[in-house]
Write a new protein. Structure first.
Length: 460
């Protein structure tokens, strides 16, 4: 790693102006050691600004957690939407199946109606035939009756008069047909007339048998018609049930579509909410940057005030010493933008297993310009305890030439403000105070108050 030397560099003009103005104010307002007062005021202001910056960081963390939660909600909604879309597709396929079943059932019903119509037509035709046969039988019976009556008259006459004369027959006849019939009967009463009457009777019996047969066929057809009607009713009930199932599925599908639309609308709402939170984070980060600029200015003022001390040592330009034992060098977070924090990480975090309580060494000789040492919450946590702006207990050492180092989250601090320390002196112990998830050292290097990558000065 390369180093960036700042050798005996003077304080910038605006830094000198700031020091001059502040010193003048303190000279008017207070008696005594103005440099010491300036240090105290500067340290207090730095802590206050860092507390505000860390408060903003906490708010951003909460927003990030909200965003993560909302993102999870969106993801869950998307999963639910995919599932519901698949359900809707399945229901639509089921509805289509029911539509096909209903169409097939309606075809069965139509076929049964056709068959019923054919049976009814056949019944109608047979009933018509029966009526025709009945008419024929009635005519034959009437004719037979007339013949019997005429035969009776002839037989009586012949019996009474013992005569074969045809005149009485003619006299008793209504027309020539009767005359010939009765003449024929009179000629052969025991032969032809008997055969004729027998033929008439046989004809009547045939007609009656035909009617009986037709009635039996009609009964069979009526039974068949009843069965067809029963099947038709059954098919209609089945079709109605299918239609009800289809309607229920359609309602279910519509409910799912409405739910799907609701999830889509909720996702849009969540996305808009995330956008708002991201804008809040961006605004908070901008405010944090402004606070950091103020912190930088106060560090510069502290450095300028420290320069007036008789023990002031200007930075020699040597590489900084690794602030821990050499075996402790596992970097958990590097310098630069940190998505987890939603902003800039201004140092490096070193967090080996077993690092708790390890010695922290001064990376270079210099003067301690800030000590914050009142946080007692030395436990890992995913939130800030509110102490010291989230840094927990920390130290700032000015090395001269505008270079300073910061050591944060200490569980114990062994130095005091204004103390001169040498390179390699033990100044604190690793802890997890402030906003810290576990034991580690947060180490920063700052040039004129501006955080820079520590690896510009130190290697491991």
């Amino acid at each position: 790693m390369g180093k960036k030397a700042i050798v005996k560099r003077g304080v910038p003009f605006w830094g000198k102006m700031g020091v001059g103005i502040i010193c003048a104010l303190f000279a008017v307002s207070f008696a005594g050691d103005s440099t010491a007062q300036l240090k105290a005021a500067g340290a207090s202001s730095i802590a206050s600004l860092e507390a505000k910056a860390k408060e903003l960081a906490e708010e951003n963390e909460k927003r990030q957690q909200q965003i993560a939660g909302l993102g999870a909600d969106i993801s869950n909604n998307k999963d639910a939407m995919d599932l519901i879309s698949n359900q809707i597709d399945g229901v639509i396929n089921e509805i289509d199946t029911y539509s096909s079943l209903i169409s097939a059932k309606q075809a069965d019903i139509d076929q049964k109606l056709i068959e019923i119509s054919k049976v009814e037509l056949t019944i109608s035709e047979k009933e018509k035939t029966i009526e025709e046969k009945k008419t024929e039988i009635a005519a034959l019976q009437a004719e037979n009756k007339q013949n019997l009556e005429k035969f009776g008259k002839l037989a009586r006459y012949m019996y009474m008069n013992n005569s074969g004369s045809n005149i009485p027959v003619l006299n008793g006849s209504d027309d020539w047909y009767d005359y010939f019939v009765y003449s024929d009967v009179a000629k052969n009463i025991t032969g032809q007339n008997y055969d004729f009457m027998k033929a008439l009777q046989a004809s009547i019996e045939r007609q009656e048998q035909m009617i009986t047969d037709l009635n039996e066929e009609i009964n069979t057809l009526e039974n068949e018609k009843k069965e067809l009607e029963a099947q038709r009713v059954q098919y209609e009930e089945e079709a109605e049930n299918l239609a009800n199932e289809k309607a229920n599925l359609q309602v279910y599908a519509n409910q799912k579509r409405n739910y799907l639309d609701g999830l889509a609308a909720e996702n849009e709402y969540l996305k808009n909410k995330i956008s708002g939170l991201e804008e809040d984070i961006a605004e908070a980060n901008r405010e944090r940057e402004q606070l950091n600029y103020q912190i930088e200015e106060l560090i510069r003022q502290q450095q300028a005030a420290a320069k007036d001390d008789e023990d002031y040592v200007d930075y020699s330009g040597d590489d900084l010493m690794w602030p821990l034992d050499r075996n402790l060098h596992y970097i958990t977070t590097y310098f630069g933008y940190d998505a987890w924090r939603g902003g800039m990480h201004r140092g490096i975090d070193v967090g080996n297993a077993g690092i708790a309580g390890a010695n922290i060494y001064a990376a270079q000789s210099g003067t301690v310009i800030s000590v914050i040492n009142y946080c007692t919450h030395n436990v890992g946590k995913n939130w800030s305890c509110g102490c010291c702006g989230g840094y927990g207990n920390y130290i700032i050492v000015d090395h001269g030439g505008g270079l300073s180092t910061v050591y944060a989250h200490c569980q114990a601090i062994y130095v005091y403000e204004g103390q001169h320390v040498n390179k390699g002196d033990t100044i604190a112990a690793v802890g997890t105070t402030g906003w810290s998830t576990g034991f580690h050292l947060h180490f920063e290097t700052r040039e004129n108050g501006v955080a820079v990558n520590p690896f510009n000065y130190v290697s491991y």
